[in-house]
Ligand binder design. Sequence first.
Ligand code: HEC
Length: 150
Amino acid sequence: MTTLRIFGARLLSGLLGLGLTTSAVFAGEARARADYMIHCQGCHVPDGRGFPDKVPDMRATLPLLLSVEGGRAFLVQVPGSAMSALPNDRLAATLNWIVKNFTDDETVAGFADYTEQEVEQMRAVRLDNVFTTRDALIGHLENAHGGSTE
Ligand code: HEC
C-alpha cells in the first residue's frame, strides 16, 4: 500500500514535472519572441530581413556567420545584442529564437543553443570596431543583400 502510494506520488510528480517542463519551454519561446519584438524588431523587422544597406538580412548573414570561427561570438558582441537591456539568459534565449526562426534547417541542425554562461563570457568582450570585425568574418554589409556598393 505504502509502496503503491509512493509509486503513485512519483508518477504524479513525474507527470507534473513533464507538464511544467513543456509549459516552461513554451513560456520561454513566447518570452524570446516578445523580447525580439521589443528589443530588436525595430531595426531587424519582424522576419529578420532588416533594411537594405543599413541593417543586415539576418536570414542570409546568420548562416554565414555561424559557419566561420568567431561568428558565434560576434552574434553576441554586436552592439544590438551586447548593448541591449536584456540580461544574459534572455539575450541567449532571444538569439536562439532568432537562429531557429530566421535561418535554414541546415543551420538550425548544426546549431547548439547559446547558454547564459556563454553569453556572459562573450558579452564581456567588447568589439573594438564592429565593421572591421564583421568584414573580416563575412565581408561587407552590402553583400548581405546581394547588392553592390556601386
Ligand atoms: C538600432 C538598430 C538595431 C537594434 C535595436 C538591434 N540591432 Fe542588431 N544589428 C543592427 C545593425 C546595424 C547590425 C549590423 C552590424 C552593426 O552595424 O552593428 C546588426 C547586426 C546584428 C547581428 C549580426 C548580423 C550581421 O549580419 O551582422 C545580430 C545577431 C544582431 N544584430 C542581433 C540583435 C539582437 C538580438 C537585437 C535585440 C536584442 C538587436 N540586434 C537589436 C541594428 C540593430
